[in-house]
Design a protein around this ligand. Structure first.
Ligand code: 2PG
Ligand code: MG
Length: 435
């Protein structure tokens, strides 16, 4: 038997960072190699994401159990893949896609399929004696990515204290990943100090480890973050810039963008005007899901207005879906894609999205989910993508730190070119004067 043939697959429930069940899959190869992978889960999900199969049994985990998805791995998928060569990732992923037989992996579950897909890659990397990032990179040039790090949270990740979901810092002028993280921890700390000065009272952090305060307006978060960068001894726009994930689908109601905390609503044109004003006033260089996920007619206008100044990212809009990405590229509807493996459900399709973005001259940001596990697979994927950008959440919860710490370890122990050595990867105007 081929040494890298799969001889056993086993999956079971473990818990994610919100205490909800998710899947861990184990793979064994004929040569004796064993490997595993865990899958994440989103809260602010896009409607065209692949299907996350949950049991729906109200007597267990409020219906969120994943025993049926595990059973699908242990029976149908294990039978199908027994004897397959772990080195042939595209064939393995295609076999699972065909076995599922639905357009969105709803029969077997994208969570079941992705757990196996990632565990197979990890086993193959071990069997061939390579670090995971090197194995995944294949012919791509690996790059140690620049992180965009969550500092303030709203939306579905912080009980809707404000509507915009993520306010992130991009330490793009740092000379190393280690320095980037040092700057970020200082900004995270100084943000807390500024919030406490305004009377905020903390009992914990939001879903991704950032602060989730109740502020008077969404704009106040931009003011505080800009101040916090200064307060940390750094120069907003010249050393550290701001990214926002508007996650606009989640406050789009009856055809309007409804900022309930500010008691006002806007149509798409007025909302684009507002985003443009803020992109000029604050050192914002990246804007994710600035419009809702079905606004195919308005995304090109947003990109036309802002795309030369900021990275315009589609997340819920594109859902790591090759067909949606191609349609968006043809329509000039954005200029970057957020890449989340579980939105599509296999590693091979994830790389199709990454490579399609690269070929179109688009950016790609490799991203975690708000419900994560301690699996650090994503760090290796981000390096392997060669696209130079990573989004994992904040720096206070270990499901986030497993990825950041993996980067810190790899920076010390391996020779991987750093994002600043590949400037062409990043959008043209990272440094915007705050005036
Ligand atoms: C997002 C992600 C991560 P979720 O919207 O970009 O911040 O959130 O995993 O809840 O979709
Ligand atoms: Mg998002």
């Amino acid at each position: 038997m081929n040494k890298t043939a799969i001889t056993a697959i086993h999956a079971f429930e473990v818990l994610d960072s919100r205490g909800r069940p998710t899947i861990e899959a184990h793979i064994k190869l004929a040569c004796g190699v064993e490997a595993s992978a865990q899958v994440p889960s989103g809260a602010s999900t896009g409607t065209s994401e692949a299907h996350e199969l949950r049991d729906g049994d109200p007597l267990r985990h409020c219906g969120l159990g994943v025993r049926n998805a595990c059973k699908n791995v242990n029976e149908e998928i294990a039978n199908l893949l027994n004897g397959s060569d772990a080195l042939n990732q595209p064939a393995i992923d295609q076999l699972m896609i065909d076995l599922d037989g639905t357009p969105n992996k709803s029969r077997l579950g994208a969570n079941a399929i992705l757990a196996v897909s990632c565990a197979v890659a990890r086993a193959a990397a071990i069997a061939t004696g390579q670090p995971l990032w090197r194995y995944l990179a294949a012919s791509r040039t690996p790059v140690l990515p620049l992180p965009m790090v969550n500092i303030l949270s709203g939306g579905l990740h912080a009980s809707k204290a404000m509507e915009f979901q993520d306010f992130l810092a991009i330490p793009w002028a740092a000379q190393s990943f280690a320095q980037a993280m040092e700057w970020i921890t200082a900004i995270h700390r100084s943000t807390r100090e500024l919030l406490e000065q305004r009377g905020a009272y903390f009992t914990g952090v939001a879903d991704e480890g950032g602060w989730g305060p109740r502020l008077k307006t969404n704009e106040e978060a931009l003011q505080i973050l800009t101040r916090a960068i200064e307060h940390a001894g750094l120069i907003p726009g010249d050393q550290v810039s701001i990214a926002i994930d508007v996650a606009a689908s989640h406050f789009f109601e009856n055809g309007e963008y409804r900022l309930a905390s500010e008691n006002r609503s806007m149509d798409a044109a007025a909302f684009i005007d507002l985003l443009e004003t803020w992109c000029k006033k604050y050192p914002i260089v990246s804007l994710e899901d600035g419009l809702e996920q079905n606004a195919w007619h308005q995304w090109p206008s947003l990109t036309k207005r802002l795309g030369s100044q900021v990275q315009v990212i589609g997340d819920d809009f594109l859902t790591t879906n090759p067909a949606r990405l191609i349609r968006a590229i043809e329509a000039n509807a954005a200029n970057a894609v957020l890449v989340k493996m579980n939105q599509i459900g296999t590693l091979t399709e994830t790389f199709t999205v990454i490579d399609t973005a690269r070929a179109a001259g688009w950016g790609a940001v490799i991203s975690a989910r708000s419900g994560e596990t301690e699996d650090s697979f994503l760090a290796d994927l981000a390096i392997a993508s060669g696209m130079g950008q990573l989004k994992v959440g904040s720096i206070t919860r270990s499901e986030r730190l497993s990825k950041y710490n993996r980067m810190l370890v790899l920076e010390q122990t391996q020779t991987i070119p750093h994002w600043s050595q590949s400037p062409a990867l990043l959008p043209p105007r990272w440094a915007i004067s705050t005036g």
